[in-house]
Design a binder for this molecule. Structure first.
Ligand code: NAD
Length: 306
């Protein structure tokens, strides 16, 4: 059998994000029921959506539907695109002092891609279910984070744990260095004792770097950035990217058809990281509700069969 033929026959394991999300969600739903029936508390998420970004509107709708299906109340405050930052801050501070709201999410990006940093700092750290407040980001840096966990990176890590037996010393390459995904992802991989490289748009010779990756996490927003010949045979590939093609289809940052012939395991888009991000957000919200009432809760992110 020729080499080409052999390579063509290889099929990566597909990491099913929906399956892993359902497992996490069942723990979230059980915890929400416990809160309600034993303590009379309804875990509640407040979402601020500044209109003008169609993708954000879809994400907020999905989060709301998921919340309701798990027994989490969600309140969406929709603001017009030209809303002043001070008015967004007023909504945040009102929810900070409202004991019935356990989690606050400011849907990003803000209109005009305004820097959200200052606004994010006005969210009470205990209610910061996206883990983007500087205090929570700093706790991650110090390996002190138990709650809240950064949603997308934590979702990626759960998927990685389903495919990788031992992380110690593996070379993990994270492509993308945003505060939302790439940077916290790199921190979590460091905590797992990986050797971590972070690549970004100024990285020279990206293929030479990605070809060294035992674990490759890609979050850039460029369809087909990662081609099959940029992947180390047998690598575990997590595709965070969400790109809408001209024909309306959604695709990731990794050329899936090429990658699945080389990688050991890979997440699809859709059906990979996306469902995990939402499940982790729900887990953060229910955990925040427990903690707000000084109630103990075993980490929802860990399970015996993860
Ligand atoms: P961002 O625009 O804030 O950051 C993109 C990062 O990618 C930057 O660090 C940039 O330097 C890097 N980059 C851009 N082009 C590159 C290139 N050609 N080569 C190497 N690096 C490059 O984006 P983000 O918020 O981190 O999101 C990244 C992608 O992940 C987007 O497609 C977004 O929609 C998606 N996303 C998905 C989920 C999910 O739940 N699946 C969650 C968050 C973001």
């Amino acid at each position: 059998m020729g080499m080409t033929q052999q390579m063509a026959e290889h099929q990566a394991n597909i990491i099913d994000g929906r399956h892993h999300a359902r497992k996490l969600e069942s723990r979230v739903a059980a915890a929400a029921t416990d809160l309600k029936t034993n303590h009379g508390i309804t875990p509640t998420l407040g979402v601020i959506l500044v209109e003008g970004n169609p993708a954000s509107e879809i994400y907020v709708r999905k989060k709301r539907q998921k919340a309701e299906s798990l027994g989490i109340k969600s309140i969406v405050k929709t603001l017009p695109p030209d809303t002043a930052l001070s008015a967004i801050e007023s909504q945040i501070t009102a929810w900070n002092s409202d004991d019935s709201i356990h989690g606050i999410l400011l849907q990003l990006p803000l209109p005009g891609r305004q820097d959200p940093y200052d606004l994010l700092q006005t969210i009470a750290p205990a209610k910061d279910v996206d883990a983007l407040h500087a205090l929570n980001a700093g706790k991650l840096f110090w390996q002190q984070t138990r709650q809240p966990m950064p949603c997308t990176p934590t979702g990626c890590l759960i998927l990685l744990e389903s495919a990788v037996k031992k992380f110690d010393g593996l070379h993990a390459v994270v492509v993308g260095a945003s505060p939302l995904v790439g940077r916290p992802m790199a921190q979590l991989l460091l905590q797992k004792n990986c050797t971590v490289s972070i690549a970004h748009s100024k990285t020279k010779d990206l293929p030479a770097l990605t070809r060294q990756a035992d674990i490759l996490v890609v979050a850039t927003g460029n369809a087909d950035l990662i081609r099959g010949d940029m992947i180390k045979p047998g690598a575990t590939v997590i595709d965070v990217g969400i790109n809408r093609l001209a024909d309306g289809r959604i695709t990731g940052d990794v050329c899936f058809e090429e990658a699945e012939r080389i990688a050991g395991a890979i997440t699809p888009v859709p059906g990979g990281v996306g469902p995990m991000t939402i499940a982790c957000l729900m887990a953060n919200t229910v955990t925040a509700a427990f903690h707000a009432h000084a109630l103990e809760l075993e980490s929802l992110f860990k399970s015996a069969d993860n």
